[in-house]
Design a protein around this ligand. Structure first.
Ligand code: NAI
Length: 420
């Protein structure tokens, strides 16, 4: 591999990374089966893929499946703080050009995205839509080559739908996030467990008895609230959508405006995909010692400039924890610079749920390659057959079998004649 095609922290981390990738593969049987099939069928022969994803051991397993399928693949990070340097080094050792260094600054982050685009992709894989946005705004001359792409997360899908609404999306993209086998598991159980894991690793707090404020009761918020309660926390949910708020109430959580919750919370977790959710007015009334964490895609959910403005001093007090001493004497603790806490302070989602998300990614990329020229430049849902197939394969890998409809039941469920 040409050295200009990759940029990682330290190639000597490769052997440690390979072991970790192997460990993750134990929990990714569906991606493993897809990799075997791809290896025989080579659906990506002759195709170049540029993928902007969190550079983790799970992503490495997806990358190896795509490579086995014949893809010429380049990777870059989808977040400056989520890269596992060992995984990046191992990927390069496996012959996959990877551009990602944990803690890279914004300039390097975009340099890496541009290196991935220099690959002149036929297919793109994105997580948060930074690669696709760069492509549409600064590298549009590359778009004529592109067959299609996929998007991994809620925030990316929102940005792409907005691009499509403005009539500016130039090629078809499948919203992998919106597959049931993605958001019901990855967003809920994956983000739920790993967010709590990240905050625990960063702080070592005891959750039992803490007042935990979860801002946003989407699929990720569901998981975080559920797991925090499971550890004995008193969970308060804040929302702006009436239905989601009602669901939180009936799920047994306290629901109130953030202006009230701000005064009583011990730990605040934003998970909305929105900006300035925790604003200056909230920071002004928080208790001394309150902990602030974000698990949403971008580091804009907590108004960090406002926090900086209120502070007279700031010091790192332990890894991933910054203490802000405010002018009025209170101290607030911001975790991982407001970046996704589960990836910055822990290892992101467990491999077992990424198995389903990345099975969707792999099968959707294959679908796009097979349907070359047939798709329009818009945001497509994951084909239902793929979603069902992933669920079926996952069940099989777990040794779970289920019932099937009898012919009479099938008929009944598609007819209107039978009543009481
Ligand atoms: P979602 O759209 O299902 O839920 C977001 C919720 O936040 C909605 O119910 C919305 O009404 C609420 N909300 C919006 N503004 C709010 C405000 N100002 N105050 C309170 N609530 C507000 O989205 P989902 O799937 O739960 O994702 C949330 C974010 O997490 C996105 O940025 C997504 O990309 C990201 N994400 C992060 C992951 C991670 O590994 N940390 C994994 C998956 C998604």
């Amino acid at each position: 591999m040409n050295k200009r095609q990759y940029d990682i922290k330290d190639p000597t981390l490769a052997s440690a990374g390979k072991l970790r990738i192997e460990w993750a593969s134990r929990e990714m049987p569906v991606v493993g089966l897809i990799r075997e099939r791809f290896s025989a069928e080579k659906p990506f022969r002759g195709l170049r893929i540029s993928a902007c994803l969190h550079i983790t051991t799970e992503t490495a397993n997806l990358a190896l499946a795509l490579k086995a399928g014949g893809a010429d693949l380049v990777l870059c990070a989808s977040n400056p703080l989520s890269t596992q340097d060992e995984a990046a080094a191992a990927l390069v050792a496996y012959g996959i050009a990877t551009n990602a260094i944990r803690g890279e600054d914004e300039k390097t982050y975009y340099k890496h995205i541009n290196t991935a685009l220099d690959h002149k992709p036929h297919l793109t894989v994105d997580d948060g839509a930074d690669l696709v946005t760069t492509l549409h705004t600064k590298r549009s001359q590359l778009i004529s080559n592109i067959i299609g792409g996929t998007e991994e997360t809620t925030t990316g899908v929102i940005r792409l739908r907005s691009l499509a609404r403005a009539g500016r999306l130039k090629y078809p993209i499948i919203a992998v996030n919106d597959a049931q086998t993605k958001y019901l598991f990855d967003n809920r159980y994956g983000t739920g467990q790993s967010t709590i894991d990240g905050i625990t690793r960063a702080t070592n707090i005891l959750w039992a008895g803490k007042k935990v404020v979860v801002c946003g009761y989407g699929w990720c918020g569901h998981g975080i609230a559920l797991r925090a309660r499971g550890l004995g926390a008193q969970v308060i949910v804040t929302e702006v959508a009436p239905t989601r708020a009602l669901e939180a109430v009936m799920d047994g959580f306290q629901v109130m405006p953030l202006t009230e919750a701000a005064k009583i919370g011990d730990v605040f977790i934003t998970i909305t995909g929105n900006k300035n959710v925790i604003a200056k007015s909230h920071l002004e009334v928080m208790k001394d010692g309150a902990i602030l964490a974000n698990s949403g895609h971008f580091n804009v959910e907590i108004d960090i400039p406002a926090l900086e403005g209120l502070a007279r001093a700031k010091r790192p007090i332990r890894a991933n924890v910054d203490e802000y001493s405010l002018k009025d004497g209170r101290r607030l603790y911001l975790l991982a610079e407001g970046r996704l806490i589960n990836l910055a302070a822990a290892e992101g989602h467990p491999a077992n749920v990424m198995d389903m998300s990345f099975a969707n990614q792999a099968l959707c990329l294959e679908y796009i390659a097979k349907n070359r020229g047939k798709l329009e430049p818009r945001v497509y849902p994951v084909p239902e057959e793929i979603d069902k197939q992933v669920a079926q394969m996952k069940l099989e890998s777990m040794g779970v079998t289920i019932d099937s409809l009898t012919p009479a039941q099938k008929k009944y469920l598609t007819s209107w004649q039978e009543g009481t």
